[in-house]
Design a protein around this ligand. Structure first.
Ligand SMILES: CC(C)(COP(=O)(O)OP(=O)(O)OC[C@H]1O[C@@H](n2cnc3c(N)ncnc32)[C@H](O)[C@@H]1OP(=O)(O)O)[C@@H](O)C(=O)NCCC(=O)NCCS
Length: 225
């Protein structure tokens, strides 16, 4: 199996709810805007179903927190499919899901608006990364910030740490260079060989990235919805 990525715009299609299980539907009720969650989890179910041949409604997702060990939150995985790795990310407008059997995987999508705040660099970037953004402004700056942020978060979702690890300690390549993990400065155990790729969403107001923990060559297939 390649690294298979599926992207879609968030929709209010009522049929998507039918794909979710009781636990997911319960979580939907707690959301002011349920559509991003429903779109993303339906997308993940359909993607895994298409790649494994299992009915999307029969899939069971479990979680495991790399920090505290609970199964109430943390990185998702498919019950009974130890070799299948998944990740999902969503915001108000876009959802992205990934499945692969190559290694632990993480995906992240970011809206340019979410990178539009003072202090972005000090919160999220290493000094070497901040230097890459010198001279950029407007959407070019926001796009570069969102891309670096997506690469970092994809890596931290692949490792299962999430933002328990300070993202400024996960140094990625310059925005105009091929995506890569350049240096792991965090005190948590480094992930080993990590491959990172940018995802072309076909729209200018978001950036997205995927990370796979492997040294094996990977083939990435992107299916835009
Ligand atoms: C992972 C994380 C960065 C994602 O945040 P986000 O940008 O708001 O959300 P995204 O849409 O990109 O991703 C959400 C999905 O990430 C996944 N996810 C959650 N925690 C994860 C983790 N530790 N590793 C990998 N994936 C994780 C879930 O599938 C989640 O979807 P769901 O909540 O609908 O089930 C953030 O939730 C985080 O840092 N979580 C870890 C917090 C933690 O572990 N605290 C310590 C508890 S002891």
């Amino acid at each position: 199996m390649a690294v298979v990525i599926r992207t879609t715009e968030v929709t209010d299609d009522p049929r998507l709810r039918d794909l979710l299980d009781a636990g997911e539907l319960e979580r939907v009720q707690r959301r002011e805007n349920p559509h991003p969650f429903i779109t993303a989890h339906a997308l993940l179910r359909r993607l895994v179903a298409d790649e494994t041949g299992v009915d999307p409604r029969q899939l069971e997702f479990e979680k495991r927190c790399a920090t505290c060990g609970t199964d109430r939150h943390g990185k998702p995985h498919v019950a009974g499919m130890r070799d299948i790795h998944v990740s999902v990310s969503y915001g108000e407008h876009m959802a992205v899901a990934v499945v692969t059997n190559i290694g632990e995987v993480g995906v992240d999508v970011e809206d340019l608006e979410s990178a539009d705040f003072d202090g972005f660099a000090s919160v999220t970037l290493d000094a070497s990364e901040a230097a890459h953004l010198d001279g950029l402004d407007g959407d070019a700056l926001l796009g570069a910030r969102a891309l670096l942020w997506a690469r970092k978060e994809a890596i931290l979702k692949a490792t299962g740490h999430g933002l328990v690890v300070d993202p400024s300690q996960v140094v990625v390549s310059a925005p105009d260079a091929p995506a890569a993990l350049v240096e792991w400065k965090a005190r948590e155990h480094p992930p080993g060989p990590t491959q990172v790729g940018d995802i072309d969403l076909g729209r200018e107001d978001h950036r997205a990235a995927v990370a796979v923990l492997t040294s094996r060559p990977i083939t990435v297939r992107v299916q835009r919805g």
